[in-house]
Design a protein. Structure first.
Length: 203
């Protein structure tokens, strides 16, 4: 009987203590994590508008180093068209010089030198890719157009300069007038701008 009561007493103690939780007050840990919630909230909110962010990003952008062939090889385009794109990249540099020349009205010697360089590079591309898929590209055809037009304007400008000594601008049969030259230069500038846009958007 005594053994039974002892077992019963032990069973009761186990029953009472089983499932008993912590008695007392828990520490306040909210303050410990306030700084995390504050940082997360600050990151989620931006003090800039979309336009301001875009302007900030533009400020960080570096100009494309088009003079660096390795940049064109590795960064700009896919390997399968790297050679064509590298050749086109050289022409972009020349066209940008020509555009600057046209915008700043530089002398005829500088103009003719840039045009000559352009013609040589475009002729190389024409011969190199005339029997290849690249000859069907819009960029390839635009290069032929800008080269031809630049050649025509350079010729017109040179002949006009030579004939100024013998034929006044006001002569009725003089086609080499300042107005005609200005119009041709204006049209060439438009063609150069269009071509640069096409070449820079090659895929």
């Amino acid at each position: 009987m005594r053994k039974f009561l002892t077992v019963l007493l032990l069973f009761g103690i186990v029953l009472i203590t089983t499932g008993a939780g912590y008695v007392g007050t828990l520490p306040n840990i909210e303050a410990e994590f306030d700084y995390l919630r504050k940082e997360s909230s600050e990151k989620a909110m931006t003090p800039y508008t979309i336009q301001e962010l875009d302007e900030k990003n533009q400020e960080k952008l570096k100009p494309i180093p088009r003079e660096d062939d390795s940049y064109v090889d590795i960064i700009i385009k896919k390997d399968k068209t790297t050679k064509y794109l590298k050749d086109v990249n050289h022409v972009i540099i020349i066209l940008e010089k020509l555009r600057k020349c046209l915008n700043t009205n530089q002398d005829i010697q500088m103009f003719n030198a840039i045009v000559s360089n352009l013609i040589d590079n475009v002729e190389y591309i024409r011969v190199e890719y005339k029997d290849k898929p690249e000859s069907n590209y819009l960029s390839y055809n635009r290069l032929q157009v800008v080269s031809y037009e630049a050649r025509e304007v350079a010729s017109f400008r040179t002949q006009g300069l030579a004939k100024q000594k013998y034929m006044p601008y006001s002569a009725s049969n003089n086609v080499y007038t300042k107005e005609n030259l200005d119009k041709k230069l204006e049209n060439l500038l438009a063609t150069v701008n269009e071509t640069i846009f096409v070449l820079k958007n090659l895929e």
